[in-house]
Ligand binder design. Structure first.
Ligand code: KG4
Ligand code: ZN
Length: 369
């Protein structure tokens, strides 16, 4: 085995993410977030019931320049002091990724800075390692102390459980076979008439549930015997139950909060089951890092948190600002790569960087190059 270069987590990274519907630019220095600008397009996509890639692209093109200037200004850092430009190259929506990549290439040329092509899911995975400007955060120690650890990522398009023995080398233990958890939230939200994105509204209703009524929703992949996830069954079962309730003439207001609670509980249980299996298989696990927009659901955070701690393992959640899509997380993943000398300098190399819409976290180039 080649010796791994010790990660110092030192450096100043300007990071960009345009993988979906947020135009995000941030400056991260030694794990500290100096600035994080997120220009959200939720309002633009609402009337279509989901993200429309072409509309998102246009908004990225309109916003990226000002998000960049704002992020630099707020950080108090001069472009001269930046060590590298990190940009998400995937996974994400192809035509949207392109806007960030083209802009990153432009400033990489203009300021003569290395370009760091980042995997969006590595960003989510490392988001709990971000610190605020005063150096406080969910995990403040040397990240090497966490190894080996597990990652549990739950976002709009991905539900993945990952084993990490070395930063930069990620092994997926389980992933979604169809819909991701966030997608299930959004689709069921649409059935309930909540519009896009449904996740936050389902979570709000669930909080107020009187918990008087049960709907018999399944716990996804409860007996699959592996660590994979699948949420299309829960989505279909939800659709049937809602149709049934409405056909019976039941008013939504009578059952909707309890329904939302059961839906959230069912997703939470499915996550706990798989995390439990991973902890059984890897008793040397020192901690769990989490990431992704679905962690905005506080019930999930509380319940999964107590379960993992009851197994004698620590679990870390990102600050609320970095659970959903943002560029600070791309900054810390970029910092990891920068420390591993995993970046591109020559104009030719930079020019060749391209989007990878289905970029798996397992396919990140290993360190020591
Ligand atoms: O990580 P993220 O911002 O984007 C992706 O990379 O996909 O995750 C977005 C997902 C959406 O499906 C959204 O409905 C869900 O996160 N989400 C929530 C909540 N807030 C956002 N799901 C449940 N409860 C929430 N409060
Ligand atoms: Zn994301």
């Amino acid at each position: 085995m080649t010796p791994t270069k010790q990660l110092t987590w030192k450096g100043t990274i300007l990071a960009i993410d345009t993988s979906c519907d947020e135009t995000a630019v941030a400056v991260v220095q030694d794990r500290k977030v100096l600035s994080s600008v997120i220009s959200s397009q939720v309002e633009l996509h609402k009337k279509w019931g989901g993200v429309v890639p072409a509309i998102a692209r246009r908004a990225h093109e309109e916003n990226i320049e000002s998000a960049f200037h704002e992020a630099v200004k707020r950080s108090g850092v001069m472009m001269n002091d930046v060590n590298g430009i990190a940009v998400t190259i995937g996974p994400g929506l192809a035509i949207d990724l392109e806007v960030g990549i083209d802009f990153a290439k432009k400033i990489s040329r203009e300021y003569k800075k290395p370009l760091i092509p980042v995997n969006h899911m590595e960003g989510h995975l490392l988001s709990s390692l971000l610190l605020n400007a005063s150096g406080n955060g969910s995990f403040e120690q040397d990240p090497d102390e966490l190894l080996p650890f597990l990652g549990m990522l739950i976002s709009g398009k991905h539900t993945e459980i990952i084993r990490v023995e070395k930063f930069g080398e990620y092994k997926k233990l389980g992933w979604t076979l169809d819909d991701a958890a966030g997608e299930a939230f959004d689709k069921v939200g649409r059935v309930l008439g909540f519009g896009y994105p449904g996740g936050p509204i389902i979570s709000e209703f669930a909080k107020k549930a009187p918990r008087k009524e049960n709907f018999g929703l399944p716990i996804p992949m409860e007996r699959s015997g592996d660590m994979n996830f699948s949420y299309s069954g829960l989505k279909t079962a939800s659709l049937y139950r809602v149709t049934e309730l409405r056909e019976k003439g039941r008013k939504d207001t009578e059952w909707v909060a309890d329904f939302c609670w059961e839906f959230v509980d069912s997703i939470t249980k499915s996550i706990i089951n798989k995390v439990g299996m991973a902890l059984d298989e890897f008793p040397d696990t020192k901690g769990i890092l989490t990431g992704g927009g679905v962690y905005n659901n506080e019930y999930l955070v509380r319940t999964l948190g107590s379960y993992v701690r009851s197994r004698g393992v620590q679990i870390y959640f990102p600050d609320k600002k970095y659970r959903g899509d943002n560029a600070a997380m791309i900054g810390i993943a970029g910092l990891r790569m920068f420390n591993h000398n995993n970046y591109l300098i020559s104009e030719k190399q930079v020019e060749q960087v391209d989007r990878v819409p289905r970029f798996s976290i397992e396919d990140i180039i290993a360190p020591n190059i």
